[in-house]
Design a protein around this ligand. Structure first.
Ligand SMILES: C[S@@+](CC[C@H](N)C(=O)[O-])C[C@H]1O[C@@H](n2cnc3c(N)ncnc32)[C@H](O)[C@@H]1O
Length: 365
């Protein structure tokens, strides 16, 4: 029977098949990732997705390689086919899915396109139409909005593209993102965006929802390496108060905005005012990551209990996983010694040669 004629499963053991999305920044170390994980690649899709067979899903998630995978989905059902060339793809897919997953009670069901950056709108429309039909054939889902999901309850995620349909039931935390395909991508080309970094903080705050709620409006942020102010503008737009430290000049579109204090000096010379506390520290300093974390550790004395740190870890050109893992572990150890507990590390859609690390100040006993 041709794989195009009937919904079927791939030949790899389904419990160990995993769909992974790897950013272009880590393309050079994909082979090393596979070796470390004992993964076999069974398919590479145009764009960033690949289908891997891994020996253990638990070991896959706990591996030091995991932060370099932007999003992952354990595959429990796949239908390799070309949906555009098939009569009744949506109906056949929907009937099979309800037979397979109808009794699994997912909190929600979302369908994404396997190649989201393709200029061809066909698969995005197909994803939306498939979701529409699935919502009719399944019992109503408790959650219908991506942002409302409980990060730790299972969702049925489906990815569709020219290569077929790939579905799995997993928590957004396991997958590393609420959306099918990962953390929300925030475009950088908005006219009023001061710098690309504005998109990074918007994505970081979205990613944070997997682990905890963001600081409340009016919270105080201390920003190290703030100029020209892309991130500052995003924070102010969210009604936060910001102390922005940089030797460089802030963009005139940011200077004077309500809630902003600009400190034009080297961070090494900056000391938070006594009795002045911050709910969050944001660090996007360029240069040595070890110097940057040392600055964060020093100012973290002014961070409230359970205060948040969002830290951009600037990496050298990624040529070896070992080198990157070693830098990251060393930075995390410096933070941990200072009572800053790692809550997540990820490569956001707008990160280049960098990772974003999230810490929380430990509650002292
Ligand atoms: C990647 S840029 C920051 C972009 C910024 N976050 C934004 O949203 O537009 C890095 C910044 O770190 C600043 N920087 C690096 N070392 C510094 C230091 N020791 N003291 C103050 N600023 C520093 C640079 O001047 C530069 O503006």
């Amino acid at each position: 029977m041709s794989p195009d004629s009937e919904p079927s499963s791939v030949s790899v053991p389904s419990e160990h098949a995993v769909l992974v999305r790897i950013s272009a920044a880590f393309e050079s170390v994909v082979e090393e990732m596979k070796t470390r994980l004992g993964a076999v690649e069974t398919k590479k899709f145009p764009g960033a997705f690949r289908l891997w067979k891994v020996p253990s899903l638990e070991a896959f998630r706990d591996s030091p390689v995991a932060p370099f995978i932007r999003w992952a989905l354990p595959i429990q059902h796949s239908w390799p086919c070309n949906p555009a060339k098939m009569d009744g793809f949506i109906e056949k897919a929907a009937q099979t899915m309800v037979r397979k997953f109808g009794s699994t009670s997912p909190q929600a069901l979302f369908v994404g396109a396997l190649n989201p950056s393709s200029p061809d709108p066909y698969y995005k429309l197909l994803a939306s139409n498939l979701r529409g039909r699935l919502k009719q054939v399944f019992e109503p889902f408790p959650i219908n909005d991506v942002e409302e999901q409980d990060p730790n309850r299972k969702t049925l995620f489906c990815m569709v593209g020219r290569e077929g349909l790939f579905c799995g039931l997993a928590t957004p935390t396991w997958c590393n993102g609420l959306y099918p395909g990962g953390t929300k991508f925030v475009p950088h080309d908005a006219e009023d965006m001061v710098s690309r970094a504005g998109a990074k903080i918007a994505e970081a705050l979205h990613h944070l929802r997997l682990f905890r709620s963001p600081p409340k409006e009016q919270s105080r942020w201390l920003e190290l390496g703030a100029a020209p102010g892309g991130m500052t503008k995003e924070l102010l737009r969210r009604h936060y108060r910001v102390t922005a430290v940089d030797t460089g000049k802030m963009d005139p579109r940011v200077v004077g905005l309500p809630g902003l204090i600009v400190v034009k000096k080297n961070v090494a010379e900056f000391t938070p005012m006594p009795d002045w506390n911050y709910e969050a520290v944001l660090c996007d300093l360029n240069g040595s990551p070890f110097d940057a974390i040392a600055h964060v550790v020093r100012v973290s004395k002014a961070l409230v209990r359970k205060g948040l740190v969002i830290f951009t870890l600037k990496l050298p050109k990624v040529e070896s996983l070992d080198e990157v893992i070693s830098i990251m572990s060393s930075v995390e150890a410096d933070a941990e010694r200072a009572g800053l507990h790692l809550i997540s590390r990820t490569h956001l859609p707008s990160n280049r040669n960098e990772m974003t690390l999230f810490f929380e100040k430990k509650v002292e006993r």
